[in-house]
Each structure stands twice: as structure tokens, then as C-alpha cells.
Write a protein that binds this ligand. Structure first.
Ligand code: GUN
Length: 284
């Protein structure tokens, strides 16, 4: 029987723990600043979910909504202002950004102790070097927590990641490599996806393409981590990259969509914020 890797329950436990920690803070509560640029509906929905999760745990969340016409300089000025604001512990710039903006320059202007997303070049560099103090991107940390919770081994495993982004694929590959896995990243230019999926003990998929792989492309008892959120059909049913019905007789475990990696990402954002809070309070 396929095992369902329930991220919702674990995320609830983590959030309850954070809430109980925040309650004990008698002075300034932790605070997250979220910058969102433009009108993208999915991004707006993600930001609402993040702020709601903060509020549930007693954490302050403030959203700075900027219009698509905002300039690079204005955004960086805003980030610099938040960098030096002692009431702000973490700064998150919701991605993707409108095309005219330089995403890397914007992300890298976040000061390291407020890099709650772990996306700055400094944290990415630390991860590359295997520095355990690197702030990990929330989705990556969430996947690792989920695998650890269900005692799914990583060391010596063949892991294929279908995503090469700076947010998921690359930091996930580095984290898993640091833990002793043999990792393949596949992407749009990969000639034959099946070569890599067929040998994988674990497959992590974040493509935005429903049905990206079927059961003939994986080996028996594979563990599937479905990172995507797609909307299927007229009813816009929430699905991932993987068709559960197709995989249920082949895979040994799978994360559901919704209720798998998504809630873990949010819980890890709160966990990272608490780390930032401690870092910032040390220097205040
Ligand atoms: N857009 C989609 N996922 C994320 C995330 O984890 N962090 C940020 N900043 N933007 C995102």
C-alpha cells in the first residue's frame, strides 16, 4: 500500500510549537516583511497564506504591495529601509518578479540575518560549501523535514530532481548531495527524462506540468515528492505534477497535493523567521 506523506499534520505540529515559543516572548514579537510586486493572483494568494500562518502563531506580518511600474532602485531602497529597521526580522520578496526587474540584484540586497527565504548569494554560497549554518530555502527545508519525519533514507540513494530553479532544484540538490545522496537534476534541455527517473529511489518534481511522468518511467517502490501546484480542468482542481491514480500501484510513498510539500514550506518560513529573530535580537 502506498504511504501518504502528510505534510499538513507535520506542519500543524511545527506551527503549534512555534506558537508556544512566541507566546513566551514578552518584548517585541517576531515580524516578517513581505514585498509583493504586481498583480499575479497566485503570488497574492501565497502571500495571504504566509501572513495568515504568521498571525496564527502570534508573529507580525506586514505586506508591502508595489505596482509593476516600480523601479529597481525603489525596490532596493525599500529593502535597505527594512534591512535597517530593528522591528523587522525577516524580509521575503515574493517571486517571480516582473520581467523588467533584476531578481538576483533585488534578492541579494536583503541583509543576511533577514534572509528568511535563504535565497541570497551568501546563503546559497554557504549551502554550496556544506556550511550547516546556511539558511535553507523554505521548500527545500520542508522536503528534508518530511523525508526525515517518515524515516526515508537519503544517504546512498539515487535522487532525481525535475527542476533546476534557484528556489527549489539547485538548493535541494546541494542539500541532498551534502547528505550523501547521488543527485541528478533534469530540466527542459534533458534529452531523455526516463533515464534519470527510472533509476531514482526518490523523485522530486516541480515542473508545473501535470502528468510529467507515468508509472512506466519509474522503478517500483519509488518515493515521490510532488512540489508543484497545478490547476486541472474546468473546475480548476488542485493537482501536482504527478497523477496519484497512475502511481499508486508503483510508488511506495507520495506527497499529496494539496497537503504535502505546500504546508511544510509555510511552516519552514516561520521556523526560518524564528532563526532570524534570534540572530537579529543578538545584535539589537
Ligand atoms: N514563489 C514561490 N515560492 C516562493 C518562495 O518559497 N519564496 C519566494 N520568495 N517566492 C516564492
Amino acid at each position: 500500500m502506498i504511504k501518504i506523506l502528510d505534510g499538513k499534520i507535520i506542519a500543524q505540529q511545527i506551527k503549534a510549537k512555534i506558537k508556544s515559543q512566541v507566546i513566551t516572548i514578552t518584548n517585541r514579537k517576531p515580524k516578517l516583511a513581505v514585498i509583493i510586486i504586481g498583480e499575479d493572483l497566485a503570488s497574492q494568494m501565497y502571500v495571504r497564506t504566509k501572513i495568515k500562518a504568521c498571525q496564527e502563531c502570534g508573529i507580525d506580518g506586514q505586506v508591502f504591495s508595489l505596482t509593476t511600474t516600480v523601479t529597481q532602485k525603489e525596490i532596493i531602497n525599500k529593502i535597505e529601509q527594512l534591512n535597517s529597521d530593528n522591528n523587522i526580522d525577516g524580509i521575503l520578496v515574493q517571486l517571480p518578479l516582473p520581467k523588467h526587474l533584476d531578481t538576483l540584484a533585488i534578492i541579494n540586497s536583503i541583509t543576511i540575518n533577514k534572509d528568511v527565504d535563504g535565497l541570497t548569494n551568501i546563503n546559497a554560497g554557504k549551502l554550496l560549501q556544506g556550511d550547516k549554518k546556511a539558511m535553507l530555502p523554505c521548500t527545500v527545508k520542508g522536503i528534508l523535514k518530511l523525508l526525515n519525519h517518515y524515516q526515508i533514507p537519503i544517504s546512498k540513494q539515487n535522487i532525481t530532481i525535475i527542476n533546476d530553479s534557484n528556489i527549489v532544484g539547485k538548493p535541494l540538490a546541494l542539500s541532498l548531495t551534502n547528505m550523501g545522496a547521488t543527485v541528478s537534476i533534469v530540466h527542459k534541455l534533458t534529452k531523455d527524462l526516463t533515464i534519470y527517473t527510472k533509476e531514482a529511489d526518490i523523485i522530486c518534481s516541480a515542473t508545473g506540468v501535470y502528468n510529467i511522468i507515468n508509472s512506466s518511467q519509474v522503478k517500483r517502490d519509488v518515493v515521490i515528492i510532488d512540489v508543484a501546484i497545478n490547476y486541472q480542468g474546468k473546475e480548476k482542481k488542485v493537482v501536482g505534477d504527478i497523477n496519484f491514480e497512475i502511481m499508486k500501484n508503483t510508488a511506495s510513498a507520495i506527497t499529496p497535493v494539496p497537503g504535502g510539500v505546500g504546508p511544510m514550506t509555510i511552516a519552514m518560513l516561520l521556523e526560518n523567521l524564528m532563526i532570524c529573530y534570534q540572530l537579529n535580537n543578538k545584535y539589537n
